[in-house]
Design a binder for this molecule. Structure first.
Ligand code: NDP
Length: 316
């Protein structure tokens, strides 16, 4: 193992939260060091066009937006490393971080911006049509299916919300529910049931996404034991998200789903000097713009923390 490197402010993650934190921290002269993780750019790199991020009247390609954010962070002096944080030890200060299982770092402040990953069914055809008809975000991609027929899989609040959202854009929404009941809150279920162009398919499992060179053309499902095809041009997953918090287990306080807990109105975690921003601490909004917003907050919180630390009297 190499000698321990010392870092003032370490940012873990390279989505909108991580890069925005980096821009603010770098402009504050804190010389942030950012580790991208295994998916540089994060979830947005799996989206085509982002049309709901303010400031892009024509929309922007998700991957391009992340390249731009990276350049902006680098322009002010962020050091970016294409490597993975594999372990952390926040039990003592300074905070200890291990990179790629071999390099040890010590940081005065850490911003956790590791995001969340949408859950997928695990079908090979689902990956084959990703971004060509298969999406895990109706708010991001629904617009591209205006006037078309789509399916949403899931039965929780996300599925109910996404189906309702899509029903305003699409001619018909097929909600694919694997059991004979929904987990979604009563009010959201009622909304779905009362929307004329949402059809609920109970006891139905998706077996395959069908399509051609142009994208998705339908889904093959098993409904009550019988196989059938539903013709759709879009297939939306709404079976939950998984926050990327495995390496923080036992180190940071989390809710029952694994999202990092932060104190209300700030990005402070329960550990002094550790802040969390973006989807890793947000199970509700999960938008690029909200991630960027909390990324900014985390850098300001970290800056304040470091200034207070420096002002502390030194005890001999
Ligand atoms: P949930 O974990 O609540 O629901 C996931 C749903 O996906 C379940 O109905 C589950 O089915 C279904 N599912 C899981 N795996 C599969 C599979 N392989 N095939 C088919 N269906 C599957 O996740 P959500 O994202 O819906 O919600 C997460 C949290 O966020 C919840 O606490 C929710 O209340 C909250 N939320 C709140 C909103 C709001 O208040 N506006 C909006 C969105 C989310 P089964 O029921 O059979 O297990």
């Amino acid at each position: 193992m190499k000698n321990t490197d010392k870092v003032k402010i370490l940012i873990i993650g390279s989505g909108p939260a991580g890069y925005t934190a980096a821009i603010y921290a770098a402009r504050a002269g804190l010389k942030p060091v950012l580790y991208t993780g295994g998916q540089p750019g994060g979830q947005l790199t799996t989206t085509n066009d982002v049309e709901n991020f303010p400031g892009y009247p024509e929309g922007v390609n998700g991957s391009q937006m992340m390249v731009d954010l990276q350049k902006q962070a680098e322009r002010f002096g962020t050091q970016i490393h294409y490597a993975q944080v594999t372990a952390v030890d926040f039990s003592s200060y300074p905070l200890k971080i291990t990179i790629d299982d071999k390099q040890l770092l010590e940081a005065e402040a850490v911003i956790v911006a590791t995001g969340a990953s949408a859950k997928y069914l695990g079908l090979p055809s689902e990956q084959a049509f990703l971004n060509r008809g298969v999406s895990a975000c109706a708010v991001c991609d629904g617009f591209f299916y205006r006037g078309k027929e789509v399916a949403v899989v899931g039965a929780g609040d996300s599925a109910a919300e996404e189906a309702t959202y899509l029903s305003k854009l699409c001619t018909q929404v097929h909600l694919i529910v694997r059991r004979n009941e929904m987990r979604a809150s009563k009010i959201m279920q009622e909304r779905v049931k009362n929307t004329p162009n949402i059809q609920i398919h109970w006891n139905t499992q998706t077996e395959e996404i069908l399509g051609d060179d142009q994208g998705v053309t339908g889904i093959r499902v098993n409904a009550n034991g019988a196989s059938k095809v539903i013709a759709v041009q879009g297939f939306f997953l709404a079976i939950g998200h998984q926050p990327n918090t495995a390496i923080f287990r036992g180190q940071l306080e989390m809710d029952e789903a694994g999202y990092i807990k932060v104190s209300s109105g700030s990005t402070k975690t329960g550990v002094e000097g550790v802040f969390a921003a973006g989807d890793v601490a947000d199970r509700v909004y999960r938008q690029a713009v909200t991630a960027a917003g909390t990324g900014c907050m985390s850098a300001l919180d970290a800056e304040k923390f470091l200034a207070a630390k420096e002002a502390e009297p030194i005890h001999a």
